[in-house]
Design a protein around this ligand. Structure first.
Ligand SMILES: [Zn+2]
Length: 132
Protein backbone atom coordinates (compact mmCIF):
# COMPACT_ATOMS: atom_id res chain seq x y z
CA UNK A 1 0.00 0.00 0.00
CA UNK A 2 1.29 3.42 -0.95
CA UNK A 3 1.69 5.99 1.75
CA UNK A 4 -2.04 6.25 2.27
CA UNK A 5 -3.34 6.79 5.75
CA UNK A 6 -6.30 4.64 6.70
CA UNK A 7 -8.39 7.78 6.56
CA UNK A 8 -7.25 8.59 3.00
CA UNK A 9 -7.98 5.01 2.04
CA UNK A 10 -11.47 5.24 3.51
CA UNK A 11 -12.08 8.52 1.67
CA UNK A 12 -11.04 6.96 -1.64
CA UNK A 13 -13.14 3.87 -1.03
CA UNK A 14 -16.12 6.11 -0.36
CA UNK A 15 -15.46 8.05 -3.59
CA UNK A 16 -15.32 4.79 -5.49
CA UNK A 17 -18.50 3.45 -3.94
CA UNK A 18 -20.41 6.67 -4.58
CA UNK A 19 -19.21 6.80 -8.16
CA UNK A 20 -20.15 3.16 -8.66
CA UNK A 21 -23.68 3.72 -7.36
CA UNK A 22 -24.03 6.74 -9.63
CA UNK A 23 -22.83 4.82 -12.68
CA UNK A 24 -25.04 1.82 -11.99
CA UNK A 25 -28.02 4.16 -11.87
CA UNK A 26 -27.00 5.80 -15.17
CA UNK A 27 -26.40 2.52 -16.95
CA UNK A 28 -29.75 1.26 -15.77
CA UNK A 29 -31.45 4.44 -17.02
CA UNK A 30 -29.66 4.25 -20.37
CA UNK A 31 -30.51 0.59 -20.93
CA UNK A 32 -34.08 1.14 -19.78
CA UNK A 33 -34.61 4.01 -22.21
CA UNK A 34 -32.92 2.03 -24.97
CA UNK A 35 -35.48 -0.69 -24.36
CA UNK A 36 -38.48 1.63 -24.16
CA UNK A 37 -37.41 3.97 -26.95
CA UNK A 38 -37.16 1.15 -29.42
CA UNK A 39 -37.29 2.08 -33.06
CA UNK A 40 -41.00 1.42 -33.54
CA UNK A 41 -42.22 3.43 -30.56
CA UNK A 42 -40.01 6.43 -31.26
CA UNK A 43 -40.72 6.39 -34.99
CA UNK A 44 -44.39 5.77 -34.23
CA UNK A 45 -44.60 8.89 -32.09
CA UNK A 46 -42.96 11.03 -34.72
CA UNK A 47 -45.14 9.46 -37.37
CA UNK A 48 -42.72 10.09 -40.21
CA UNK A 49 -41.07 7.01 -41.74
CA UNK A 50 -38.06 9.16 -42.64
CA UNK A 51 -37.29 9.54 -38.95
CA UNK A 52 -36.74 5.86 -38.46
CA UNK A 53 -32.99 6.09 -38.90
CA UNK A 54 -32.90 8.99 -36.47
CA UNK A 55 -34.65 6.83 -33.92
CA UNK A 56 -32.12 4.08 -34.54
CA UNK A 57 -29.30 6.57 -34.00
CA UNK A 58 -30.92 7.66 -30.78
CA UNK A 59 -30.99 4.11 -29.49
CA UNK A 60 -27.34 3.65 -30.51
CA UNK A 61 -26.40 6.84 -28.69
CA UNK A 62 -27.93 5.58 -25.46
CA UNK A 63 -25.98 2.37 -25.72
CA UNK A 64 -22.74 4.22 -26.50
CA UNK A 65 -23.23 6.34 -23.41
CA UNK A 66 -23.81 3.24 -21.35
CA UNK A 67 -20.62 1.77 -22.78
CA UNK A 68 -18.53 4.66 -21.45
CA UNK A 69 -20.12 4.14 -18.08
CA UNK A 70 -19.60 0.41 -18.21
CA UNK A 71 -15.92 0.99 -18.94
CA UNK A 72 -15.65 3.26 -15.92
CA UNK A 73 -17.51 0.72 -13.80
CA UNK A 74 -14.95 -1.86 -14.81
CA UNK A 75 -12.18 0.55 -13.81
CA UNK A 76 -13.86 0.96 -10.42
CA UNK A 77 -14.04 -2.82 -9.94
CA UNK A 78 -10.34 -3.02 -10.79
CA UNK A 79 -9.60 -0.29 -8.24
CA UNK A 80 -11.47 -2.29 -5.59
CA UNK A 81 -9.47 -5.42 -6.40
CA UNK A 82 -6.22 -3.40 -6.19
CA UNK A 83 -7.40 -2.16 -2.80
CA UNK A 84 -8.03 -5.76 -1.77
CA UNK A 85 -4.58 -7.00 -2.75
CA UNK A 86 -2.80 -3.85 -1.51
CA UNK A 87 -1.48 -2.74 -4.87
CA UNK A 88 -3.82 0.25 -4.94
CA UNK A 89 -2.02 3.59 -5.13
CA UNK A 90 0.94 2.16 -7.04
CA UNK A 91 1.46 2.77 -10.72
CA UNK A 92 0.77 -0.41 -12.72
CA UNK A 93 3.55 0.50 -15.14
CA UNK A 94 6.52 1.79 -13.14
CA UNK A 95 5.45 0.68 -9.66
CA UNK A 96 5.87 4.20 -8.32
CA UNK A 97 3.46 5.74 -5.88
CA UNK A 98 0.52 7.63 -7.32
CA UNK A 99 0.18 10.97 -5.49
CA UNK A 100 -2.84 11.17 -3.21
CA UNK A 101 -4.07 14.34 -4.97
CA UNK A 102 -4.29 12.37 -8.21
CA UNK A 103 -6.10 9.49 -6.51
CA UNK A 104 -8.51 11.92 -4.97
CA UNK A 105 -9.30 13.43 -8.37
CA UNK A 106 -9.31 10.03 -10.11
CA UNK A 107 -9.76 7.21 -7.60
CA UNK A 108 -9.57 4.69 -10.44
CA UNK A 109 -6.13 5.96 -11.57
CA UNK A 110 -3.85 3.02 -12.23
CA UNK A 111 -0.86 4.98 -13.48
CA UNK A 112 1.21 7.82 -12.10
CA UNK A 113 1.06 11.15 -13.91
CA UNK A 114 4.20 10.47 -15.99
CA UNK A 115 3.12 7.02 -17.12
CA UNK A 116 -0.40 8.28 -17.85
CA UNK A 117 1.01 11.11 -19.97
CA UNK A 118 3.14 8.62 -21.89
CA UNK A 119 0.15 6.27 -22.25
CA UNK A 120 -1.93 9.11 -23.70
CA UNK A 121 0.84 9.96 -26.16
CA UNK A 122 1.04 6.36 -27.32
CA UNK A 123 -2.67 5.53 -27.44
CA UNK A 124 -3.98 9.05 -27.97
CA UNK A 125 -6.85 10.77 -26.25
CA UNK A 126 -7.75 10.89 -22.62
CA UNK A 127 -9.14 7.93 -20.78
CA UNK A 128 -11.21 7.88 -17.61
CA UNK A 129 -8.20 8.92 -15.53
CA UNK A 130 -6.49 11.66 -17.56
CA UNK A 131 -3.03 12.82 -16.52
CA UNK A 132 -4.23 16.37 -15.87
ZN1 LIG B 1 4.31 5.21 -13.40
Amino acid sequence: MAKLTSEQRRTLERHLMERRAELVKKVRAATDSAKTDNITSVAGEVGDPGDESMAAQFVDLNLTEAQTELRELRAIEEAFSRLADNTYGYCTECGGEIPYARLEAYPTAERCTECQTRHERVYGGRDVTPSL
